[in-house]
Design a protein around this ligand. Sequence first.
Ligand code: NAD
Length: 337
Amino acid sequence: AFSSAPITATLFPGDGIGPEIAESVKQIFREAEVPIEWEEHYVGTEIDPRTQSFLTWESLESVRRNRVGLKGPMATPIGKGHRSLNLTLRKELNLYANVRPCYSLPGYKTRYDDVNLVTIRENTEGEYSGLEHQVVRGVVESLKIITRQASLRVAEYAFHYAKAHGRERVSAIHKANIMQKTDGLFLKCCREVAEKYPEIKYEEVVIDNCCMMLVKNPALFDVLVMPNLYGDIISDLCAGLIGGLGLTPSCNIGEGGIALAEAVHGSAPDIAGKNLANPTALLLSGVSMLRHLELHDKADRIQKAVLETIAEGKYRTADLGGSSTTSDFTRAICDHL
Ligand code: NAD
């Protein structure tokens, strides 16, 4: 961060609205003179035998080399028989934790104005292990895998995150009353790690009750850690509390210090190619990438410009009730910079 040489980061514009919102990020980063050189990689149109997926070997190597990147949404056709690109990325790069901060945006009114929580999702196993098969006609089976190693790793990350960010409490979200073995092991690992962090309060909340509490009073929560599927669902619920998927960033943490930031949302096929998408989620993901690189000045500047633009209310995209295009909104942020 002290040298003037630019830092190389991988960029996956992704599918659907991905290229439009990635363009917006590039434009705003240029305007803010962020010292980053993007290495762009698109998802291939055929399977690369070296990765056994549509992701090219070069793109994975790029992330491994740069250790930092930004990723747009990638579409996964339902029932087409090949592994989801996101799953492949998570597995190949060992992206074991997905961190999703969710806070009320000053100036954008929703039902709540005091949301300030972080969901940390186990990213590599659970129901997303990709182990599904037909037992006999009319009966299919899906395996939920929970391992001690992956559970300890994500719990460790959650407590480390809480401590590093001055958070007070970690809540483990589970359904161990029914999934006694799998969620039971997950909880056991969280408890083990909690003992090493006596300064952080630790609690366990059953997922159904957690949903009710989140909707009733989201201020009850601080840092939440949970298995894969619960994290997927709860973080979308949290996005809804603060104004929707157009706003919420995330960052995937991988082994060996890899950080691959991405928006929580998908490729939004319903609005793709129409210059309607809200680039905020990907932008704030880019901001979290800058923080990871300790480029805090640039991160603060961009975050401030985004929040000011939204608060001002003159330029907002349709998901926030406005009528601005992606490019108008982007230009407004550049003006605020
Ligand atoms: P989605 O997130 O793409 O869209 C859900 C709704 O939110 C849509 O109405 C969409 O228009 C809206 N929306 C999402 N992002 C927005 C933005 N930035 N601005 C304005 N509106 C926005 O979810 P989906 O339709 O269930 O999934 C579409 C595809 O995306 C699927 O192929 C799915 O597998 C994939 N997906 C990828 C990721 C990822 O790459 N991390 C995550 C979720 C879904």
